[in-house]
Design a protein around this ligand. Structure first.
Ligand code: ZN
Length: 209
């Protein structure tokens, strides 16, 4: 018998199956929001004398491995903080798009923030398939220690799209060290799941007054 009505199914069903499959894999090695208080933990500084210690080196190597594994599974992901793999210490690793190197920042301290603010969508390896626009300073300056225990400074400004994103990634990762997540700063009325394949293609930096 011919049906008088049929349901209208939601769009992008194959894409969404792939998205959830990816997250089911990455959630196996990256702590997710709500799992104990891990993601909300304030991380501790690493004493400078301990930066070169074998234990610290092994932890940094493990975090890099997790970042690369996440990127291999999802095709995205720019940075990860140690707390996201259960290490409550103030370091993070960031994939640099220009050099394809992984940069390690240890004990970062923000020393300057731009007055200009930008709005741009963010997601997080610990917050599953959620995306939302977040307003942040368009650049920051910060001091940090590298893996050799040398003090360094980041002061690359926001000349192009790539630098704007990198400055944002650093702010996102430094937030993690204080137990702060992007959802705390997000425009939640525009919270979305990773259900539109073109979401990031449509994303553009917006200046905020
Ligand atoms: Zn994150």
């Amino acid at each position: 018998m011919k049906k008088a009505w049929k349901p209208t199914l939601p769009p992008f069903r194959k894409f969404k199956r792939d998205v959830y499959l990816k997250h089911s894999k990455t959630a196996g090695f990256i702590y997710q929001l709500g799992e104990g208080a891990v993601i909300r933990t304030k991380s501790q500084e690493i004493p400078v004398a301990a930066i070169a210690a074998p234990e610290t080196k092994e932890k940094i190597a493990y975090l890099k491995k997790c970042l690369l594994r996440y990127r291999a599974i999802t095709g995205m992901g720019r940075g990860i903080a140690a707390i996201q793999v259960g290490i409550p210490q103030r370091f993070a690793v960031i994939y640099m798009l220009d050099t394809k190197d992984i940069m390690t920042i240890i004990n970062p301290v923000i020393t300057k923030k731009s007055h200009s603010l930008l709005r741009f969508p963010e997601g997080c390896m610990s917050e599953g398939p959620l995306f939302a626009p977040v307003t942040r300073p368009s650049w920051i300056e910060f001091s940090y220690y590298d893996e050799q225990g040398q003090k360094q400074y980041w002061n690359t400004k926001d000349e192009n799209q790539r630098d704007k994103i990198t400055n944002r990634v650093f702010q996102h990762e430094i937030d993690h060290m204080d137990g702060v997540i992007f959802l705390d700063r997000a425009d939640l009325r525009n919270l979305t799941l990773e259900s539109d394949p073109a979401y990031y293609d449509k994303a553009a930096f917006e200046e905020v007054e």
